[in-house]
Design a binder for this molecule. Sequence first.
Ligand code: 5GP
Ligand code: ZN
Length: 117
Amino acid sequence: MTSDDVNDCLFCKIVAGDLPADVVDTSDRVVAFRDIDPKAPVHVLVVPKEHHGDVSVLAAADPQLLAEVVEVADRVAHDLADGQYRFIFNSGPRAGQSVFHVHGHVIAGTQLGWTPA
Ligand code: 5GP
Ligand code: ZN
């Protein structure tokens, strides 16, 4: 990670409050906000406040922080839906990652299909 990664990072700007977002949950080190282009009735992005590029980097750098991301995701799914949910980390461009600040997608609120490719 270079300082430019952080300075140009959309989700770092949302975490800092420099860009608006519909925040639905926060903890000391994690923020959850609604996806701007929702794919389900509940589609929330859960991000660590600290910049890490993807889940692989986060898992290696700070596994406890990854656990906190999962904890917030689970809480969001219980608060905004019925606690049944999918939690997706797109990791790398070929997997569909377009924002390179690690984020998990909480997808819930409907019967989900399974057509990832
Ligand atoms: P990825 O494709 O990296 O897994 O997911 C990035 C997600 O960020 C996409 O689902 C996209 O809709 C969402 N997104 C992109 N820009 C913004 C934004 O400015 N605000 C919010 N809330 N979501 C965004
Ligand atoms: Zn960032």
